[in-house]
Write a protein that binds this ligand. Structure first.
Ligand code: CTP
Length: 214
């Protein structure tokens, strides 16, 4: 169904250094992005898989590009273009440490380190407004409240075609878990998908992408 189509998938968290041995991260396991890359591969797509330091192994049979930081992920995404479609499942860190130290920070009697943050580039927004914008750009929205409202606003703000929205409140067990309950938000409206395995969400999304690219 997807043979001859080149599709970019981002996945996993990013790690933002504090110093050479410490970093800021988030709880993304990379499970959903990995499942999506696998499902697209199984439909015959040529998949470029740009992944942060995930807890699950990368799929075989795809081109794997490993990155650590959001800045590296942006570079890898731009280097992968042109692609027919992109699925941006990575949990990109919104901020990086502006005053990261070049050497390991040591305890001193003077007090504690104060970290200053600077905003990372928005990779999804950049791709959605890129001169070589893929024909289909799919973003994710990780929310903990007002999921549909926030995700619908996010779709407009980021300029992507679809948003896969999910509730990542700890009580849902979704972040780091095996299951996901998502809403697919398109120009046509909102679809509520039942809670299912992340692999099933991936297969369903891959089929929708195949239909859209057909
Ligand atoms: N994203 C990105 N670059 C960033 C931050 C997020 O490309 N610097 C992408 C994610 O890969 C995802 C989408 O944007 O596809 C939404 O991520 P999310 O964390 O839900 O949104 P934020 O942009 O962080 O917005 P907010 O802080 O308002 O929730």
């Amino acid at each position: 169904m997807l043979s001859g189509k080149r599709i970019l998938v981002t996945s996993g968290p990013t790690h933002e250094p504090i110093d050479p041995v410490r970093y800021i991260a988030n709880r993304s396991s990379g499970a959903q992005g990995t499942a999506i890359a696998t499902a697209l591969r199984d439909l015959g797509a040529d998949v470029v898989f740009v992944t942060g330091p995930a807890q699950v192994p990368a799929p075989v049979g795809v081109t794997v590009v490993r990155v650590e930081t959001a800045l590296q992920m942006l570079d890898a995404v731009e280097a992968a273009l042109p692609v027919d479609a992109a699925v941006m499942a990575a949990a990109v860190a919104d901020w990086r440490v502006a005053n990261a130290a070049g050497q390991k920070m040591k305890k001193t009697a003077q007090g504690f380190p104060v970290l200053e943050f600077i905003e990372n580039p928005d990779i999804l927004h950049t791709l959605s407004h890129h001169a070589r914008r893929p024909g289909l750009v799919v973003g994710f929205a990780a929310e903990t409240e007002k999921v549909i409202e926030h995700a619908t606003a996010k779709r407009a703000r980021k300029g992507c075609d679809w948003i896969v929205a999910n509730d990542v409140s700890p009580a849902t067990g979704i972040m780091g878990g095996q299951e996901n309950a998502v809403h697919l938000i398109t120009a046509q409206g909102v679809e509520d998908w039942p809670r299912m395995a992340k692999t099933e969400v991936a297969e369903r999304l891959a089929h929708r992408i195949a239909q859209a690219l057909a």
